[in-house]
Design a protein around this ligand. Structure first.
Ligand code: ZN
Length: 180
């Protein structure tokens, strides 16, 4: 990480100086109350991921060690887990901030099953986890480093043969997290 070390946060802290829209404290508080940030903080403690303040009122849990989920970064409540060596960009922070807002809108932990349903839908519809995933699209595919793929199936299930140039990309997934 390129960010300088700062002391670990207590729950509910972590604003970015000089740029805090009024919704951020509300989102921070709500994601604590709905337990999604609590889950993130407990997971960070169990996995011994150091916590540092992050933009958008988020908390970064660095050095996430597990293989699942496969994204380079992912968000649980207001806690953004990042893998070792990932350099977070302003775009990625905006993307992950969008997921934190989604947790708030989903009343916290219901985000998780809803997200996995969206992953399943996207895999069926487009063949990847993000292109038709409502949560990733809302957080911003490009911000998350995802390349949008055209649908491979119509709504009624028929497989599409059309392959518009430049829309099918079998490259590696972007850094946007699977939960993130
Ligand atoms: Zn994402």
């Amino acid at each position: 990480m390129s960010r300088p070390f700062r002391p670990a946060l207590r729950p509910g802290e972590g604003h970015t100086r000089g740029q805090r829209p009024s919704s951020r404290p509300l989102r921070q508080a709500w994601n604590l109350v709905n337990l999604s940030t609590v889950l993130g903080l407990v997971a960070a403690a169990v996995l011994r991921c150091p916590l540092t303040p992050a933009p958008h009122g988020l908390v970064q849990a660095r050095n996430y060690p597990l293989a699942f989920p496969d994204g380079a970064a992912f968000t649980v409540g207001n806690v953004v887990f990042t893998r070792p060596g990932l350099r977070m960009t302003p775009e990625l922070w905006r993307h992950e901030s969008g997921h934190a807002t989604q947790y708030a809108v989903c009343l916290g932990l219901p985000f998780l099953p809803l997200y996995f349903l969206a992953v399943g839908w996207s895999l069926w519809r487009c063949g990847d986890t993000a292109s038709a995933n409502l949560f990733e699209r809302t957080a911003g595919l490009a911000l998350g480093g995802y390349r949008e793929r055209a649908p491979i199936r119509a709504w009624h299930g028929r497989r599409l043969d059309r392959r518009p140039a430049g829309r099918h990309d079998d490259g590696p997934p972007g850094p946007g997290g699977t939960l993130a």
